[in-house]
Write a protein that binds this ligand. Structure first.
Ligand SMILES: [Zn+2]
Length: 398
């Protein structure tokens, strides 16, 4: 209780904390998530500038505070309150870093039966094929880190999964709505087939439909970025599989994702990860990868930005992964994005900010100067992809 009331004081029972730990600790005491994120951004920026925390982050000597508080307490507070407060003391535990490699492997899933309309897999997955269509073949390049060097060769196998919600009109899941749910689902499937919008759609009853063939591109991700400390990908329509859950999550809908969809999405994720050796950290939502290259803000599309059931799909909490667009290419986010996403995803924003600041420091640049440099780099990378695609087209035409 005391620690909550007076977060800036280091009590004798608390460990000595470094500047960064102190900031994290103070943040943990701020109940309002938006305020907490604001505090973290400001305090971390100050830490970078000054090497040591400034007033909001610096612990006040507990002795000085205790002398003052003892007088006040002795006068006004019954001893019972103090003993209660001691029992409620929270012990500070530094947050452990998420192990990105845990849950990176998946057991093997194989096809056991197939006919012209349905595929059945060893984990119970059934894929319906009556809405399947083709599109142009996948082809994409990767950029090495930290040199941002474009790969010599192009790639043609799926590199990861992006989860979407269709945000299409539907009815709540109830027996009396069966007919209307079926009709809306069928209309959606016809529409996304015509648009080549996704590789898979999972309808409200958990039926899995393959729309665009897995080895073709689908128009699901728009301008987007994902990657890690080894490589970056900027063309996720070509590189990733798009899996869409039929439903509306915005502004907020409690049965946005149905239990049947979760079961099916887990089975589909297992099959795709097994087939293409996809790492767990490369299974993310549209809100995490979508960017606007004009204003350099993330989250041009924000579906899957709130309460996505990663763990129920057999995945780690990928919301906690530092967003590559922020960490490696200097994108940013505004209040609007925070409003559309949940607190779990903000961990990834903070980690992205942190990584960006650390990289600026390593490069002996201010965060602003380093961000400018990265944004120029991003434009150059996109130009490079365009040039490479064009030269390959010309080669084929010859
Ligand atoms: Zn989407």
């Amino acid at each position: 209780m005391l620690t909550r009331w007076f977060p800036h004081i280091r009590w004798p029972w608390q460990p000595k904390l470094s500047g960064t730990q102190r900031v994290e600790y103070v943040a943990a005491q701020i109940p309002d998530p938006v305020q907490r994120l604001k505090y973290l951004r400001q305090a971390n920026a100050r830490l970078d500038q000054q090497q040591s925390p400034v007033p909001t982050g610096r612990p006040i000597s507990w002795k000085k505070f205790a002398t003052f508080a003892a007088v006040i307490l002795a006068l006004f507070v019954p001893w019972k309150v103090i003993s209660d407060a001691r029992q409620n003391m929270r012990v500070y535990k530094p947050q452990s870093n998420r192990d990105s490699k845990s849950a990176s492997t998946t057991s093997s899933v194989w096809i056991v039966d197939e006919n012209s309309s349905i595929e059945t897999y060893s984990n119970g997955l059934r894929v319906e094929k009556k809405f399947t269509t083709e599109n142009k073949r996948r082809k994409y390049f990767k950029f090495s880190q930290p040199a941002f060097q474009i790969s010599e060769d192009s790639f043609d196998q799926p590199a990861g999964i992006i989860f979407h919600t269709t945000e299409s009109h539907t009815a709540s899941l109830a027996p009396e709505n069966t007919r209307v749910i079926k009709r809306l689902g069928e209309e959606l499937l016809k529409f996304v087939r015509a648009e080549r919008s996704y590789h898979y759609v999972i309808d409200r009853f958990g039926r899995v439909y393959r729309v665009v063939e897995e080895l073709d591109s689908a128009d699901h991700a728009g301008i987007s970025i994902w990657g890690d400390s080894q490589s970056l990908l900027l063309s996720l329509n070509d590189a990733y599989l798009g899996v869409a859950l039929e439903g509306q999550t915005q502004p907020s809908d409690t049965d946005a994702i149905t239990p049947a969809q979760i079961v099916a999405a887990k089975q589909l994720t297992e099959m795709l990860r097994s087939k293409y050796q996809i790492e767990a950290r490369d299974c993310v939502t549209h809100a995490q990868v979508s960017v606007n290259p004009i204003n350099f803000e993330i989250g041009f599309h924000s579906d899957g930005g709130r309460d996505f059931p990663f763990s129920q799909l057999g995945l780690p909490d990928n919301y906690a992964v530092a967003l590559p667009a922020i960490a490696f290419l200097g994108f940013e986010y505004k209040q609007d994005y925070l409003n559309k996403t949940s607190e779990a995803l903000w961990v990834g924003l903070r980690e992205g900010d942190k990584a960006l600041r650390a990289a600026a420091k390593r490069n002996n640049l201010s965060v602003e100067a380093y961000t400018d440099k990265l944004r120029k780099q991003y434009r150059a990378m996109r130009a490079e992809i365009r040039a490479r695609n064009q030269s390959e087209q010309e080669e084929r035409a010859r």
